[in-house]
Design a protein around this ligand. Sequence first.
Ligand code: SF4
Ligand code: SF4
Length: 309
Amino acid sequence: MYYVTLRCTARCAMCDVWRGADAPGYREQTLAEVQANLHALPRLGVRLIDFTGGEPLLFAHILDALRCARQMGMRTTLTTNCALYPDLAEELCGLVQHLQFSCEAADAAAHDAVRGPGSHARVLESMACARRLGQRFNLVATITDAALAQLDTLLAFAAAQRTVLALNPCFASAHQAGLSAAGARVLMRAARHPWAVADHAALALIADGGNQCARPVCRAGRATMTITPDNQIVAPCLHHEQQRVPIAGDLAHAWRTTQEVAARAGTYEVCRGCTLYCYMRASLYRRYPLRTLRSLTKYCMTRLRRGSA
Ligand code: SF4
Ligand code: SF4
């Protein structure tokens, strides 16, 4: 998880991240810092980088960072709210293996109520740009219990657009209740839709009550590394960090320094019942191997559909 920025073009009420950009002393990495980290990551066994935020396309060096990651042979993933994508689409083309356009509702008014005026139109424009360029993408929606009411129309929208829709469960934050166990079961059924994909392991975890401290499933900080915009590693995860180590030109040293704290991921009091999917998705296969396999199979088959570009 490479947090290149905490800034965002939107101010979604349920989101904690953009608020961090107002903190005193907030800064973002220089190009030299990003390049040094990207050169060090493969030696630490990192194969996939999720350039995230905030809105990652706001980061001044995002194109250079993606180019460098590709030159280093790493896979890249990026999720954008689409506000800036149409302007950068040509330069981004081919740099992101797994590009996701965030779409909260099929209905423009409902989507814009979350993301801001005109944002749904930018999703449609982004889809058109990506298709014109032959850039692969899928839509992604963050599903709360309240959003389940909109699910059928969202799935119909994905089908009409002939575009894969990833259904990501919302996790609990200070500003938002996470998807409930009952909601997770509804989402499992919804994910049978031919244009929908979901991580059934993540949904099973929610249905099972989340991470259990006595038998943790989370391996944040070991299976995943989290780099902050101001060039530090946090462990075990950004949302409930226990340790923060400046990289200062030596990513490997900073990484090793966090491993004692990371080894206790999933056992801290804040970890009780946690469903923070982004940090756990790399470790859920250990607890839910068949569900992981099922999700991956559906994902690969659905991505091959015509129109998903
Ligand atoms: S678009 Fe995403 S990152 Fe930006 S405020 Fe909304 S949820 Fe947060
Ligand atoms: S269980 Fe949740 S809070 Fe605990 S380390 Fe993992 S992601 Fe962070």
